[in-house]
Design a protein around this ligand. Structure first.
Ligand code: GCU
Length: 597
């Protein structure tokens, strides 16, 4: 008994020990870097019992699937073969790629073989846009490192580990849900597993610009500032930043840590939904240069309004999950991002809440090109283990990766740190640490989270969340007329809202099966959903709000939605069906937002 217990503890320790090992500091602006894509067909082995990792004593085996062994002779015993295994296109989730894996949660091994000719004096990094949830990464049979968190990028330096000729990458992906992870075990979205975003081999020179930031100086419209972070041995190599369209150029002399700052006098056109102006910038060091497109704008909370470039802006929002239109599953392309964002624009939206986790970089960059303001969030969702130190560390890592990747996206105006987390001392402490971490990483954007309401009585909700004091934007979700009463209850509501900070309704809505019609009191009909929207916008007209974001743009998959003939695994609160068909309520929102423009 004692022996089995110790073996079990050893097993848990091994599992949890693999959180974020050997990661290289995150390289940003990846879409504009020199890279070899490893996207395409990957072989995969479904490994429910993790025989590819553990031996029968539950000890990590040294001859696991990461070795990609082949029988050397007819009598050689090798009990797996990537060659003979199934293939799927990466990036993508396994749930929609393979019917057998629709509901699968566990380990799947992926292998990619590729030829490569590493060049002298060049450095190489293996980069993943995202892997859900835990990734153990191997190159040519050697353990490279690991990462946890399904929605943010990570990279490893593999200089000297790439061979001239045949190479193979093996990734053990495990999307098993655990209580102490982020998110925890219960979510209202499908736990899509797999290598869901781009896999690249980045090539960089010995000393390169790993990270940088360019923005309007605080409170100024005629000065641009920024910093660069070099990576390599010659950390004090001068770096040139130029903005050709503004005929501006500056040379930075980084310090011994390779960090350098700059500011220059310039008056760029300001980015806004009406004028999504982007400036091409070029950053060069040691003769190598890199481009990036940057939006210059200011965002701040002024009293109970959000100001963009000094003027109040009402956030005409909509929530979106990172699920592909027409086919379900995770998407990872500018085209599918464009489709979803075009539907949002068609609804007269100027703002999207990307729920409940950082979406792929294509989505954020496309929103910026299309002039759509962005709320980006980490999956601290519902009942996270607030007392667990490694859960906090995990949440902070995901927060850091989110901010690091998207800090140069001017369209991103709000970092959201949580959704519907129950008020408690441990929760308050946990989230306060996250707010402090976010402000340390980026104090130029607004901080928020979807907070808890309390009811003085059935018709008098108030936002009394203690964390209201530490955020910039007070947000909450409300389902008056769906989870709470019928649509007509909206007219009776008497909201107690703070008036010293902007208040954004981060969710409201109702379910409706597209094409299902009936009376306005008949649940699941388009008429019921339409009525709820009619009543809700009338209620909002009486409230002093800075923005709204209906739940949700498009129906999405959720294992919590099991009502036959209506839900069948779908959350039906979309204003558009998963097949792109608009429901009646879509037009109510479109009209209301037209008036709000
Ligand atoms: C919650 C939650 C969403 C969920 C929605 C719903 O408020 O934040 O993730 O999908 O309500 O119940 O449909």
């Amino acid at each position: 008994m004692r022996k089995t217990f110790l073996t079990f503890v050893a097993f848990c320790l091994v599992v949890s020990a693999y959180a974020n090992e050997n990661l290289h500091p995150l390289i940003t602006n990846v879409p504009n870097r020199t890279a070899k894509s490893l996207n395409g067909q990957w072989d995969y082995i479904i490994d429910r019992y993790e025989v590819g990792y553990y031996d029968y004593r539950l000890q990590p085996g040294k001859w696991g699937f990461f070795k990609d062994q082949k029988p050397k002779s007819e009598s050689d015993l090798v009990e797996y073969s990537f060659e003979k295994s199934k293939k799927m296109f990466i990036p993508g989730d396994w749930n929609t790629a393979d019917q057998e894996l629709k509901y699968y949660e566990g380990t799947v091994w992926f292998r990619k073989t590729f030829d490569f000719s590493p060049e002298e004096n060049e450095r190489y990094f293996l980069y993943f846009g995202a892997v859900n949830y835990e990734a153990l990464v191997y190159l040519n049979g050697e353990y490279i490192g690991s990462h946890k968190g399904g929605f943010t990028p990570f990279n490893f330096e593999v200089t000297g580990k790439l061979k001239n000729g045949h190479n193979f990458v093996v990734v053990k992906v495990d999307n098993t849900r655990h209580k102490d992870e982020v998110p925890t075990v219960n979510t209202d979205w499908w736990n899509y597993g797999g290598i869901t975003r781009d896999v690249l081999i980045l090539k960089e020179s010995e000393t390169f610009v790993r990270d940088f930031s360019v923005f309007l100086s605080d409170g100024k419209y005629n000065e641009i500032s920024g910093w660069v972070q070099l990576d390599g041995t010659n950390l004090q190599t001068p770096v040139k930043v130029s903005i050709p369209e503004l005929e501006e150029e500056v040379t930075i002399n980084p310090d011994e840590e390779g960090k350098g700052t700059f500011s220059l006098k310039a008056k760029p056109d300001l980015w806004s939904p009406q004028n999504p102006k982007l400036y091409e910038i070029s950053i060069s060091v040691a003769g190598n240069s890199m481009r990036e497109q940057v939006a210059f704008r200011h965002v701040e909370a002024v009293g109970n309004r959000i100001h963009l470039n000094g003027d109040p802006v009402f956030l005409r929002g909509i929530c979106i999950h990172e699920e592909a239109p027409f086919r379900a599953g995770r998407f990872n392309s500018p085209a599918e991002a464009h489709t979803l964002l075009s539907w949002a624009k068609e609804m007269n939206a100027n703002f999207v809440r990307l729920a409940h986790y950082p979406h792929n970089e294509y989505m954020v960059r496309e929103a910026e090109k299309m002039g759509i303001l962005v709320w980006s969030e980490i999956p601290v969702y519902w009942t996270i283990s607030f007392t667990n130190e490694s859960t906090l560390q995990n949440a902070q890592n995901q927060l850091e990766e989110m901010i690091t990747r998207d800090k140069n996206r001017g369209a991103v105006i709000i970092w959201s740190l949580a959704n519907e987390t129950p008020v408690s001392d441990v929760r308050n402490r946990f989230l306060t640490k996250l707010v402090q971490h976010a402000r340390k990483l980026d104090d130029s954007r607004l901080i928020s989270m979807a907070m808890e309401k309390e009811y003085h009585d059935a018709f008098t909700p108030a936002i009394n969340d203690p964390l209201m004091d530490i955020v910039d934007v007070v947000s909450f979700n409300t389902y008056i007329g769906w989870y709470d009463g019928l649509p007509e209850k909206c007219a009776k509501m008497n909201w107690k809202l703070p008036n010293d900070k902007p208040v954004v309704i981060s969710e409201f809505g109702a379910g409706a099966l597209q094409g299902y019609h009936g009376t306005k009191n008949q649940r699941w009909t388009e008429e019921y959903q339409e009525e709820l929207y009619i009543q809700s916008v009338a209620m909002f007209d009486k409230m002093d709000l800075a923005g709204t974001a209906p739940w949700i743009l498009m129906d999405f998959m959720s294992p919590r939605r099991v009502l036959p003939e209506i839900q069948d695994g779908w959350n039906r609160k979309g204003l558009i069906s998963d097949q792109g068909i608009k429901k009646k309520a879509f037009f109510i929102m479109k009209e209301w937002y037209k008036k709000k423009r």
